[in-house]
Ligand binder design. Sequence first.
Ligand code: 2PG
Length: 283
Amino acid sequence: MFAASKTSSLLAARSAFRRSYAATQQAEKSTLVLVRHGESTWNLANKFTGWYDCPLSEAGHVEAAEGGKLINEAGIKANVAFTSMQKRAIRTLWHVLEQTDRMWIPVTKSWKINERHYGGLQGLDKQQTVDKYGKDQVLVWRRSYDVPPPTVDKTSEHHPANDERYADLEEWPEDFTESLATTLDRVVPFWESTIAPELTDGKTVVIAAHGNSLRALVKHLDGIDESEIAELNIPTGTPLVYELDDDLKPIPQEGAFSPLQGRYLGDQDAIRARIEGVKNQTK
Ligand SMILES: O=C(O)[C@@H](CO)OP(=O)(O)O
């Protein structure tokens, strides 16, 4: 009698273990941290930047280091990192890796997560552009999904064919510019081919990139529609943390700012104010 009940309780314990093990397997999730670079010298000067390679401003260095501290305090340990070919994002990543004491992890740099190219607007003062073309037109150029800003041709210093880091990477068209839609056309395939496999492999990933390349990525991840993405602005130097399920779908985080499902680390009121600041660059 005693032996029989012992056996059945052993079996019950084993099947409970199997059930809970299966649940852990299903609940397997990976962590993705997105950071827009800290304030750049051209953010400070309120100029359209795109692929122009300006550095961080003094405040931008502080913001990026603060962002790194927040990631460290959250106990997030990245295994791999990605950034663009632009020094404001690269330097931001360096701050993050320094603050989290993970300068040794592999880093991939790719133009596929560069800022959206601003075509003929690059280098122009945002407010002067509003004064010249009107607020509505500038808002269309800044935030519409698929209306690109004016193009640059190969005589422009801003054309990628005239920059040694990009010249041989692609057959660049004579006239070049990017909308958010065409930015997605490079960000999403890079995500799928290069970043997503690391997350599927159980790695924790950090990406230091740009306002519009990150808008493109979160549009894809969070399934944000074209009208809603127009309203979405991403603050500088602020870590945005996603937990992703087995299919790399975001698990909604408490305190996330809709339509995002990831959560920003840091003082939530200060973050809202920074988001408003980005929006108000062209009043
Ligand atoms: O100038 C730029 O490249 C971007 C980001 O700084 O600006 P905006 O927010 O206007 O798209």
